[in-house]
Write a protein that binds this ligand. Sequence first.
Ligand code: PRP
Ligand code: URA
Length: 209
Amino acid sequence: MENVTIFNHPLIQHKISLLRDKRTGTNEFRALVEEIATLMGYEALRDLPLEDVKIETPLETCMTPMIAGKKLAVVPILRAGLGMVNGIMALVPSAKIGHIGLYRDEVTHEPHEYYCKLPTPIEQRTIVVTDPMLATGGSAVAAVDFIKQHGGKNIKFMSIIAAPEGLERLHNAHPDVQIYVGHLDRCLNENAYICPGLGDAGDRIFGTK
Ligand code: PRP
Ligand code: URA
């Protein structure tokens, strides 16, 4: 699938296996989510624009590339997407952060929006939407719809685990969005949870039930 990257890096696979383990506690879980976001972000941000700037080394003055402007926005889908933000900010500390609050209805599994705040001007930024879980794809599609309605154009979506159904739904709805997935799992169960998955990402990151 064009615009879809599924990671098979051993470090990412190893850390995802630790996330899956039900014995992994909140502290370790949170740290792993951040580390995986950094590893995925390193690849997902390889096309950030550069500009040559003048730098004086101890030996001479040279023109050398740096990331152009403050062009990045990280937009986590609340709550669980928050867990990935610091991992990306470690790479690009000057990025702006937006928030999209969505929760899935427990019966219909449809997303409901409860909060949205995006950095402006959003049109000129590369936007990285984060959510560890891409299950039915409803939340991801709604978040990207919303960002586009507000003028966002260059959008990347990062999730740690995806179900085939969600990946296909997001890709079909937004073929222009570059999608990065840590691991593609087998399927959704009758409650629209990813199998084998890791359970409820928000609860495991924030220690709730
Ligand atoms: C989870 C997860 C995604 C969504 C994925 O959030 O973090 O946002 O479900 O499911 P989907 O692809 O079927 O839409 P949840 O609704 O449980 O909210 P939370 O992050 O506040 O726990
Ligand atoms: N949201 C989660 O947190 N986990 C799933 O498996 C599906 C949706």
